[in-house]
Unconditional design. Structure first.
Length: 95
């Protein structure tokens, strides 16, 4: 059940993150109020790093900002490391 909840959470947070990156790009083009960079990064930190990276590529958004170009993939690899750690713990491979 925990695996199902985690999978559902990751799908939802990544879809939300992708959509938010698209909204922010549209607002940037129209010169309207923007979503803060801190909020965009926090979505990636909360598990939406794949959605953030895909949003960056699809919308060509934040692709010139080092915080995003380096930060989003780094967050992704840290999250993968955490997932691997918990998988190994659940199988009692590490302790």
């Amino acid at each position: 059940m925990k695996g199902l909840f985690l999978s559902l959470y990751l799908v939802v947070i990544n879809v939300v993150t992708f959509v938010v990156y698209g909204i922010d790009k549209r607002r940037a083009i129209k010169g309207k109020w923007r979503i803060s960079e801190k909020a965009l990064i926090m979505l990636a930190v909360c598990g939406g790093s794949i959605g953030a990276w895909i949003g960056m590529q699809v919308f060509r958004h934040k692709t010139k900002h080092l915080l995003f170009v380096i930060g989003v993939p780094l967050i992704f690899f840290v999250e993968i490391g955490i997932v691997i750690y918990f998988i190994l713990m659940s199988y009692h491979i590490i302790g």
